[in-house]
Design a protein around this ligand. Structure first.
Ligand code: ALA
Length: 413
């Protein structure tokens, strides 16, 4: 992996929010696993659309409608290239990764999953990669089997073989990177293994695609979901990648305008891919904004982003582990982690800790991180979570450690 040091000080100038102060202190934004900040290029692209060529897409022949259609469709081409899909027909815009998973559970799942079938998930999953499958399985009288994790959140891969042999497994759906712990799952080998039994594989890439180079042609997964807002883009834009032959066989998710070819009184024929899955006026402005987020990430380079986040994570873990009362969660092996650190400090409740950090200008997430099954497994109700991105620095980690030191004193740990 050829990597270059990020010019973080230059990068920071592109993000207006980073010059804000909170409680008189510079904002230290460490909640990037929840959503990332947006550069000027993304913000400006959205207002430029509304100011200069706001029109609906795919419908009209006048100039601004064509400009809007071109800009929207150009984003699809960029996404296709970004994840190295075979064709733009395999890229469906949704509201977020959650909607992409629900789309597959609804349109593919209701066709393929039947009574007694099994879907394999893991105890690491975000609620978005659990609840849609539970809803499907309840309706179809199918079942879910969970791959267990150990106390560091590492998957017990031994169970996979027996689970496949003992059940009629129709799908394996796993997040590539845990949103709660940052653990990275060996999906490359797991996809190959699943395929050796003819089982399709869904990758929840909400936390991985923004941080790790993702190549769906290499991975050969059937499905991949991710969200634009976790990778510098606006909220309200998600992506479903699915293999073309699968998308062709699925039923539509949302019925309405744009997803049809012809509508008659009692019958409708559906539009070609990818439009068949994009009923109604889409989120045009934000899809266009997302295109500029992809440009920004491409300019920096995904391998450089990964390197930067590993450096920050290594430094933060070293500093955190020297603090009194610190309990760190997640994989001990740095190369199997992303830039997410979950921890508890003595018996300070994570919400209290997050409040103290906020007093110092620092934004972290506290709570169950939409991963209650994992929290139960770790025997905690909540953790504090710091998560990094391209604009974060070692100096910010020092400010964070300093603030944690104040909390230690305040709570007399
Ligand atoms: N999935 C987002 C998170 O982990 C919201 O915070």
């Amino acid at each position: 992996m050829q990597t270059a040091q990020l010019e973080v000080n230059e990068i920071r100038k592109d993000f207006p929010i980073l010059s804000r102060t909170i409680n008189g202190k510079p904002l230290v934004y460490f909640d990037n696993a929840a959503t990332t900040q947006k550069p000027f290029s993304v913000i400006n692209a959205i207002s430029d659309y509304y100011a200069s060529y706001n029109a609906n897409i795919h419908r009209a022949v006048y100039q601004i409608a064509e400009e809007a259609t071109d800009a929207y469709e150009m984003t699809r081409d960029k996404v296709c290239k970004f994840i190295n899909a075979h064709s733009r027909e395999e890229i469906i815009f949704t509201r977020n990764a959650t909607e992409a998973i629900n789309l597959v559970a609804y349109s593919w799942g209701r066709k393929v999953i039947g009574k007694g079938d099994t879907i394999i998930l893991s105890e690491l999953e975000h609620h978005s990669n659990i609840v849609p499958w539970q809803m499907l399985c309840k309706e179809k009288k199918a079942k879910i089997e969970y791959l267990n994790v150990d106390n560091n959140g590492n998957l017990d891969l031994g169970k996979l073989e027996s689970c496949i042999q003992q059940n009629n497994v129709k799908l394996i759906s796993l997040s590539h990177m845990s949103n709660a712990l940052g653990n990275i799952i060996p999906i490359e080998s797991m996809i190959k293994y699943a395929h050796s039994f003819g089982i399709p594989f869904f990758v929840d890439g909400a936390q991985s695609v923004p941080h790790i180079r993702t190549d769906v042609t290499d991975l050969n997964c059937e499905f991949l979901a991710f969200s634009g807002h976790k990778m510098l883009g606006p909220t309200g834009v998600g992506v479903l990648y699915a293999k073309k032959e699968i998308l062709e066989c699925m039923n539509p998710f949302i019925g309405g305008g744009d997803m049809i070819k012809e509508v008659h009184k009692y019958e409708t024929t559906y539009n070609d891919l990818p439009y068949k899955y994009e009923g109604g006026t889409p989120n045009i402005a934000d899809v266009i904004g997302f295109s500029h987020a992809l440009d920004y990430l491409n300019k920096i380079g995904m391998d450089n982003i990964r390197r930067h986040e590993l450096d920050l994570t290594k430094y933060a873990l070293e500093c955190l582990s020297s603090l009194k009362g610190m309990k760190l969660y997640g994989d001990d092996n740095l190369s199997r982690r992303g830039g997410i650190i979950s921890f508890n400090l003595g018996d300070i409740h994570p919400h209290d800790l997050a409040t103290i950090l906020n007093d110092n200008g620092i934004a972290i997430r506290s709570g169950h991180h939409c991963a209650q099954i994992l929290m139960e497994k770790l025997d905690v109700s909540a953790t504090s979570r710091a998560s990094f991105y391209i604009y974060n620095t070692q100096e910010e980690i020092n400010i964070f450690i300093n603030a944690l030191g104040k909390a230690i004193k305040l709570f007399r740990l």
